[in-house]
Design a binder for this molecule. Sequence first.
Ligand SMILES: [Zn+2]
Length: 82
Amino acid sequence: MQPSKPCPITQCIASMAPWALMCRTHWAMVPRPMQEAVNHYFRSRRGGPSHLKACRQAIEAVLKQLADEEQQRMATRKPYGD
Ligand SMILES: [Zn+2]
């Protein structure tokens, strides 16, 4: 049986392969240049400071996008009735 670990994105319940940084859905939200940086360091300096930094930046990019979406939802929400 393949061990899996949870996606690091807050409130995400998807599990993923042990080598993956985050679940497929959230990985798709990472800007392409950041995906390439993570993959590049994964191959060349796996576990090193550059790799960990690229991973952290990718996760932060997704969290920021989610926060922005949430803020937009709140801003466009119309009050009931009227
Ligand atoms: Zn996820």
